[in-house]
Design a protein around this ligand. Structure first.
Ligand SMILES: [Zn+2]
Length: 248
């Protein structure tokens, strides 16, 4: 399919104009015009680009692209190396940040609900990206720890009483520890996000609402994967999801 047709489709289904974001969403680096093979991954790192080159991909689609607000705009150092590799191999780079966290079916937060068997009840927080809902079967924090380790293939860091019963939960993928206070006001039993701050520990202890830090990378693997599978099916493209290991 044509490079521009893919961008138009992605921009439309992900409703990119609805968000105020920290980076441009869409086609960030132009490559060849015809696309047949796509590689998806969480971050457009040099390792992901190397996989795409090896797989002769025409396009890479990621959650974390380039050109973040506040960063040095110059093409130097690792930024130059990454972009030089893309251009040398004529590979398109598409990036979708907040629109991919938020999408109602393919988004990181919707995919987490599906994976963890949570019924979504509503959204909240910055640009209504975070979600809250209830477990189909109420669990304990101890059980949830075991399930999360298995489902996300990573050991979470949990602050809270392991015997605490968990029915209602709020969550937001990535580094959304600043949304904890808002989650507490929804009277949930636990809040799950990717990262944790020093102060999150005290807030969890003093409110009794459990804090689950399940990994920034681990909580953001599923949206981009679902998006890749969706467009591969829709347009008969060849798709590879590459999980470049990241302990954070
Ligand atoms: Zn992120």
């Amino acid at each position: 399919m044509h490079q521009k047709a893919l961008e138009d489709y992605l921009n439309t289904i992900l409703e990119v104009t609805r968000f105020r974001d920290y980076c441009p969403n869409g086609l960030q680096v132009e490559g060849r015009t015809q696309i047949q093979t796509i590689v998806t991954g969480v971050t457009a790192s040099q390792a992901l680009i190397a996989h795409a080159i090896e797989l002769r991909a025409d396009a890479i689609i990621v959650h974390h692209g380039y050109f973040w607000r506040g960063e040095d705009a110059c093409l130097r150092g690792i930024k130059r190396q990454r972009i030089a590799a893309l251009i040398k191999h004529d590979i398109n780079l598409y990036a979708y940040h907040l629109p991919l966290d938020a999408h109602i079916a393919l988004g990181n937060n919707a995919q987490l609900a599906k994976k963890l068997n949570i019924a979504i009840e509503g959204s909240f927080g910055e640009q209504a990206i975070a979600l809250h809902g209830s477990f189909e079967t109420p669990t304990t924090l101890r059980e949830l720890n075991t399930n999360l380790t298995q489902l996300l293939t990573r050991q979470p860091l949990i602050i809270g009483d392991p015997s605490k019963s968990i029915r209602r939960i709020a969550w937001c993928s990535g580094a959304a520890q600043h949304t904890f206070e808002e989650a507490i006001s929804l009277e949930v039993d636990a809040y799950l996000t990717g990262e944790i701050s020093e102060q999150s520990v005290h807030t969890a202890r003093e409110t009794g609402v459990a804090f689950i830090s399940a990994g920034h990378h681990a909580t953001e693997r599923y949206g981009i994967q679902a998006l890749g599978e969706h467009i591969a099916k829709q347009f008969d493209l060849c798709h590879y999801f590459i999980d470049v290991e990241n302990p954070v």
